[in-house]
Design a protein around this ligand. Sequence first.
Ligand code: AHR
Length: 664
Amino acid sequence: MKIPVLFFLLLLQVAQVFAQNKAVFSVQADKPGAAVSPTMWGVFFEDINLGADGGMYAEMIKNRSFEFFKPLMGWQIRSSKSTGTLNFGANLLMINRPEKSETNPRYLQVTLKNTAKDSLGLTNEGFRGMGIKKGLRYDFSVLYRLQSGNAKIHLELVTEKGEIIGSSQFTPKNTGDVWQKGETSFTANATEPKAKLNIWFEGTGVLDVDMLSLFPGDTWKGRKGGLRADMIQMLADLKPGFVRFPGGCIVEGHDLSVRYQWKRTIGPVEDRKLVINRWNYEFAHRPTPDYFQTFGLGFYEYFQMAEDIGAEPLPILNCGMACQFNSAEVAPLGDLAPYVQDALDLIEFANGSTSTKWGRMRADMGHPAPFNLKMLGVGNENWGPQYIERLKVFQAAIKREYPNIKLVCSSGINHSGELFDYLNGELRGMKAEFIDEHYYSRPEWFLANAKRYDSYDRKSVSKVFAGEYAGQSDKTVSVNNKNNWRTALAEAAYMTGLERNADVVQMASYAPLFGHVDGWQWKPNLIWVDNLKTMPTPNYHVQKLYANYKGSQIVPILYKDKLPATGQDSLYASATLDQASNELIIKIVNASAKAQTTEVNIDGVKKVDAKAKLITLQNDNLEAENTIEMPGVVAPVEKEIETKGKKMELEVKGYSFSVIRVKL
Ligand code: AHR
């Protein structure tokens, strides 16, 4: 008799130990708290790493209007002078006439004299080549002027080896002194990641050409001169609440002369004056001498794109201060008026009626309806009393005319310390609506700081915009940084803290967004691309799971009946309720290597569905990365799990991020 009793007691003890080790969560589903802002998870866009030119902006010809500092950068002159097949007198001349056109002074003058095809022309190398797809239409256009004679333009798309994979020709009309747009389209018969475009001139006469342009036929929404559809689709799939543009440091400029000026980025593309991209020369270890901003993707296109993907537009403007890491140039307070006027005019451009000057401009560009701008950023990573002084001028002027526009204000480059504390205090004193906090830190920092906002002031009218963050596997601006699972998992853990504090944190975005595998300056990035493909990083999947399964209200989720899970036993958790689908959404991160048995009890409801959905991102190797060739190394896996009454039992794997959705 004694043996079975002892055995039973032993079993009981084992069961107790097991129960103690079980990770028990209780979700108080009947105690919904703060609303999760519809803008909670968004995207940060900056023209860095060939994000716009050479990336999202689908133009394939680099230096299309010869305005780069070196007028023929990206071009190679093709002439058979040396073989004697080019007639004397036929040549190419770069004409520069700044007094006639301040925004687009250069064009190419082609003098032809019985010139045969293939003896005088140009080759454009594209942005790290041109990504050409078999069977796709390509649209070529040119601004030209043919005063006399007969000329022909021949086009050839060629592979790296020189094979022709698409061709067309175009016969310019005699236009006298008038510039005209010529167009022709053709289909490629092969796929090539690094094609080039040959442009040959034939005939007799003087032909002036400018704005030589080639776009793929599959742009986003089929817009001519538009954006790369696969890249925008990646953003749309995130279902972002907002799109912040155009940066980033690009807003500030290395000095004020190259700051971002939105008025120069609207209207006809040929009149948008190009500037050097600050990332061209920012890092000596990653120089990109051919990086310029043509503004083919300008403020109108940003607004349109945000609207297309259902996100709130969040433009950020220069506050009269250039980058404080670089020149630290400032506009004197007395000279701030044009900067402030730019902000007021931008609001009119976005929201004004078509009877206003800037509202009319928006309508003329094709969008009579307002863009419904609600937020505006003033300054990027600016800091110090000089920032506050300038911000106050903007705040007063904007609030006077547009009291409902919410301002996003900078808390500088640090997430803590003297600089941060000073700005945080000042901005809260000024009742700034959003304080933009940036953290580029090691994964350990993200794990240790999931509690960051638990102690923030709930009463302050100022809300947090976690505007730029990314786990740095090495250190900020290191070329060794990786988009590995370690960083993504740490971000997922940290984001439970953002979500739990949705009353304090109302917007968040990973940064930077895009990186071109052959043209990057900064790592890590949320999405990597080459000329033909896009690649989601593990970090992208984390962002997507949060944004796609956001919920509308937070609900408390306790760990072992006590506190929220903010790292105890390496577990992190948050929960929201989605009123539209009547679903409870539970997010659990297991940052340890070992699997953990969990029990999730849903309190305060009568019952839940017998089946729940579980999406897991997991990899045993924290160094795992996705690549263009192997994009699915870390990818979400979805399955159904059973519920027992109001309880779910599941084993959360080591190094995993789980999203559970259960209907109430
Ligand atoms: O995201 C890259 C850069 O990091 C941004 O331009 C800047 O705001 C930050 O320092």
